[in-house]
Design a protein around this ligand. Sequence first.
Ligand code: FPP
Ligand code: MG
Length: 449
Amino acid sequence: MRARTLPASGLVLSRASSSPLICCQCLHNDISNQIALQSRKYHPTRRKSASPFGAAVSAAQTIFKGLPKAPPGISVDPLRMVGKELKFLTKNIRQLLGSGHPTLDKVAKYYTRSEGKHMRPMLVLLMAQATALTPRKGRSNASSPVPVNDPISAPSILADNNPDLNPLVSSSMEAKYDFVGDENILPGQRRLAEITELIHTASLLHDDVIDNAVTRRSSNSANIQFGNKMAVLAGDFLLGRASVALARLRDPEVTELLATVIANLVEGEFMQLKNTAADEKRPVFTDETISYYLQKTYLKTASLISKSCRAAAILGDSTPEVVESAYSYGRNLGLAFQLVDDMLDYTVTDAELGKPAGADLELGLATAPLLFAWKDSPELGPLVGRKFGQEGDVQRARELVYKCDGVEKTRQLAQEYADKAVAAISDFPDSEAKAGLIQMCEKAMNRRK
Ligand code: FPP
Ligand code: MG
């Protein structure tokens, strides 16, 4: 089978399936190259002028003022950087979700009641700030902010009644944005941050139905609270309103990216329904087992993070190099984040997670810790094949994961991706936002929920 590599993503398109596969060897080489590259980039003698972004940085600094610099090596709290922005995020998201139907209004806003981690919007906002200091392409219309609430079609045609966001008062909404906002974050980037949270929340509403979840963020999950039908429909409603908001950014490239994320999420979820590509009864561990898992992980988790980081840079009119760096950062952080998620399922308690721990094996899922154990313990094959469905399977699988260091090996792989994410933005000029992005990688690695 011949394969074609997509250089920006590290994905390989297989001719036979034309679905994106992450090639194990490419990933391995990629990791080694990046580690070498990273040690060069972080060499203490590196001079600032060595940055390929060079002189354009100072020009950018004159346009985008007010970004404080963090000295190299000093970490900042990313929450502090964008905390003020995030305070308004939930309020704005709830406004986007207003419905004249009182029950739909309630179900759609249900997961916005409790504060989530807001990791995706935080990354978009930090990326917007960090790339504000990098070179711009200089599009002629780049300086005029996009009117993010203005409909494109006539409201009478749209017939989409949102009592919380009346298009006739859109200019006052804009004013609120300007009043609270950091001037280095454009209104379109701020709206993008909200869109990422809408898409993520929609996927959680659907995911909880698929997984028969009972809790989410330490409360009843939406499917338990309102039933499966309403939870699914509310997820659809979120996607609809996210799509409207996306269209109003008036950027086809960004629309293409975020619409593809939605398709990717579904593809990733479909892949997760099977533990291996062949879905045999007695599967044998091969390199493809890991490729399949990483491809699924990219689609399910890293796609939204990587494409929204890319979109943030595009909306900021960044150069192609900066756009690629933002994408690479998001892709690697996204992979690291999901690997840690899969690790935590084996290591923390329900109370810490705010949802049942150990759920993956119960759901029949073979994630990274199990796959590493399977590599050393072929006896896991039949258990994977029957999705740990026989009495004692889950317990036996868990024992083998611990015996074979599956958790530690997962952590190491996650660390490699986190390091690659840091390396991807190493040429960005030093700023608190860049330090915040680096800190997000550390937080992703050290989190307990
Ligand atoms: C959480 O996974 C779920 C996701 C990251 C994506 C789920 C995607 C879908 C259900 C496809 C439909 C998508 C849309 C946009 C409607 P998890 O079950 O591993 O995490 P959890 O433990 O938090 O539930
Ligand atoms: Mg789930």
